[in-house]
Design a protein around this ligand. Structure first.
Ligand code: URA
Length: 243
C-alpha cells in the first residue's frame, strides 16, 4: 500500500463506503485514528495506523495474486515435502503472501500450474461442477489404435469402480515406438492422464500441461512465472474452453 494516503481514500479502499460518503463519516466524527477522533479531511494515514469507524476496526482488503508457473519436472506441488524435495513455491519469490496451487501436477509432470492466495477462486475453478478443461500433451509408448482413441474418448476404467468422464483426444505425432497425444480432461483424479493411457496399454513417457480453460502456457520458460492477465482470470472463472 502507498505509505501515506488520505483517510477518506483508505476508507474507500477498505470498502467502508464511497470516497464521498467516507468524507461524510469523517466530518460526522465517526472515524478515529489510533484512538483519536479525526474530523480533518486531509489527514494522512498508513497501514500501521489503527483506523476505526464507529469503534470498529477497518482492515484493507488483501491484495490478490493470480500467477501462472511453468513447473519443471522434479518439483512437488505441496508446501512441504516429507522427502525435502524442492517445491513449486520455491520457484515463486517476491510475493508477500502465502500462495496455494489450484490443483496439482505430479513430481514428474511439467507445465501450467496456477498459484493464488484467493481461496474463493481456487474453490470455484477446482469444483467438479465447473468442469474446467485441462489440456495435456503426453509422449506415450507405441501408437494408439482407433479403438484406444475411442476408449479414451468415451471413458476408461482406471481403478475399481472408477470410469473416467469423456475426454477429447488428438494424436499430434505418431511413430511406431512413441506418439505425442493431446488429451483434454475436466476431472482431476490422482495421476489421471497416466492411468488413462495405462488403461489402454500405453506408458506415459513425458507429460506436460499446456492449458487450463483457454489459458495457455505459451512460451513462458520452464521454472518461470508471471502474473495472469485480467482476461485470463476471467476465462478461468468461466471454466470451459471456448474453442
Ligand atoms: N495427470 C497425471 O497423470 N499427472 C499429472 O500431473 C496431471 C494429470
Amino acid at each position: 500500500m502507498e505509505k501515506d494516503i488520505r483517510l477518506q481514500k483508505y476508507l474507500a479502499m477498505a470498502n467502508v463506503a464511497s470516497r464521498r460518503a467516507s468524507e461524510q463519516l469523517i466530518l460526522d466524527a465517526r472515524v478515529s485514528v489510533n484512538g483519536e477522533i479525526v474530523t480533518e479531511l486531509g489527514t494522512k494515514v498508513s497501514e500501521t495506523d489503527e483506523i476505526k469507524v464507529d469503534g470498529v476496526t477497518v482492515h484493507l482488503a488483501k491484495k490478490k495474486y493470480y500467477i501462472m508457473l511453468n513447473k519443471p519436472v522434479g518439483y512437488v506441488t505441496t508446501a512441504k515435502d516429507q522427502f525435502l524435495r524442492p517445491t513449486v513455491f520455491d520457484l515463486v519469490k517476491d510475493i508477500d503472501d502465502r500462495l496455494f496451487s489450484v490443483g496439482r501436477l505430479d513430481y514428474d509432470t511439467e507445465g501450467l500450474l496456477i498459484l493464488t492466495n484467493d481461496g474463493d477462486f481456487t474453490q470455484k475453478i477446482s469444483h467438479p461442477s465447473h468442469q474446467t478443461e485441462k489440456t495435456y500433451h503426453a509422449v506415450i509408448s507405441g501408437s494408439l489404435s482407433r479403438e484406444d482413441i475411442n476408449n479414451l474418448k468415451s471413458g476408461v476404467r482406471i481403478e475399481k469402480g472408477v470410469v473416467t468422464a469423456p475426454a477429447k483426444v488428438k494424436v499430434l505425432e505418431s511413430e511406431k515406438n512413441a506418439s505425442l497425444v493431446e488429451i483434454i480432461i475436466h476431472e482431476g483424479r490422482n495421476r489421471q492422464v497416466r492411468r488413462m493411457f495405462e488403461a489402454v496399454g500405453h506408458r506415459v513417457l513425458e507429460l506436460k500441461r499446456v492449458a487450463i480453460a483457454n489459458v495457455v502456457i505459451g512460451n513462458l520458460p520452464l521454472g518461470k512465472w508471471r502474473h495472469l492477465r485480467e482476461a485470463e482470470i476471467n476465462n478461468l472463472l468461466k471454466g470451459k474452453n471456448q474453442q
